[in-house]
Design a protein around this ligand. Structure first.
Ligand SMILES: [Zn+2]
Length: 82
């Protein structure tokens, strides 16, 4: 356990969900901690990659997605996670 690291709140920080006071603490920590900064950088790169992939899917992928949806609809509804 490393309570000084921001790892547990980095997700909320990246989502912009932290209160200003906590956000300041995280940002201050990021100035001094290579490890947490690397985590934030990696998460931001991953998100940017997902956003850039927002172009139309190739037909082959689209057909697989529609086939999976059709297969899921053919099964009785699973109410476990709504
Ligand atoms: Zn850290």
């Amino acid at each position: 356990m490393a309570p000084d690291h921001a790892g547990a709140v980095l997700g909320a920080y990246l989502a912009g969900e932290l209160p200003a006071e906590r956000r300041d603490m995280v940002e201050h920590h990021l100035l001094t901690c290579v490890r947490c900064r690397a985590e934030v950088d990696a998460a931001r790169r991953g998100r940017a990659a997902v956003e850039q992939a927002g172009e139309p899917a190739p037909d082959r992928l689209r057909r697989r997605v529609f086939a999976a949806i059709a297969a899921a609809r053919a099964r009785p509804p699973d109410t476990r996670d709504g």
